[in-house]
Design a protein around this ligand. Sequence first.
Ligand code: DOR
Length: 430
Amino acid sequence: MKDLIVKNGRIIDPANNFDAVGDILVRDGVVKQVGTTVSAGPGSEIIDARGKVVCPGFVDLHCHLRQPGYEAKETIATGTRAAAKGGFTTICCMPNTNPPLDNLPLVEFVKSLAEKEGAIRVLPIGCITRGRKGEELSDMAEMSGAGVIGFSDDGNYVKNARLMKCAMEYSQPLGLPIIEHCEDPDLAIDGQMNEGIIATRLGLCGIPNAAEEVAVARDILLAQLTGAHLHIAHLSTKGSVELLRWAKQRDIRVTGEVAPHHLTLTEERVLGYNTAAKVNPPLRTKTDIEALIDGLNDGTIDIIATDHAPHSLNDKLCEFGAAASGISGFETMLGSLMNLVATGKITLPLLIAKLTSGPGRLLGGRFGSLTPGATADITIFDPGAEWTVDSGKFISKGKNTPLQGETLKGKVILTVFGGAVVFTDDVKTP
Ligand code: DOR
């Protein structure tokens, strides 16, 4: 393998508190040196990153690759390529497949498929309960031996508090988090969108903030009781942020993530019965968005995760009530979030931290940094490049985006995984 040198970019590596213009030397798939200048040996491949941002490959703690079982929506081959286009080099896939990933052979199957057909690293998440039914625990210990990075029934809340307590007691010695989809199904029953004036006007059943917050509160208390690590998936409400802050102040082992759409879009997007904006938890209000952004800034929220949820056309081209929930998020993540940087709501290093060192920490510090000796996962993006979202050009099979036709600023131009280029944008920017 030839040496690779990324030259003259603004290198932002939050794990090492590094933010300076410089070069990165990659040798044998590993970061060898990061500095103001590194010298190129003969025959090295050189990438000129002048005017661009260079950072660790993004790490996505929450996505849906749909394989096995829902290959019409996505496959590991298409999903990992779409993720590479979005700047990701490590992605963690949720187990709500068909069959669900609740046992060792299935986890091994996904891992071997990912090795054969994936463009980047795929780390599976195992179910908390068998079949995601919330009745009995899955084969948690066996799956941990196969390398799952946590347990989740994502899409479903584990309603039985005693079972959740058991799951936490089992997960703790395995050293893995419980990743909870916090939504009380009784409070959310028949809900199609956020509860409020817009739901009323559209005649749709609403999902109140309390459906999420009741679930967040219960699980925080169970984490306190058991000492287990609780990671709260896709936080969407102001009250959830306050509960997470309360928990962290008491040193309860809890972390949280927020999705790009919950940071940037409000419930108004549903007007016109727009199924592209149907997602679970639902898009909320400006007040919730402000609280989520505050949560990112003060460290309450550790991670931004896409919740990339690809669906086929038929799943969305139907009446609102029948439409599937979810947004195809890999390919618009950076462009949509860069607007928060442009408007001064968050800084660029903070954004990159929530996409690299934040999730990297949850994964035991194995990924999400440019520390010499680390596998060379590197993302280069142009913070000033404007582009218009055209879902027809998505690599993902999921064309379901509420951002169709919108102009975004900030574009991934090159993704390096293990020292090899796995995505390059064909549009050259000056
Ligand atoms: O909107 C969502 N879609 N939320 C989830 O929790 C699951 C996901 C899916 O699998 O489509």
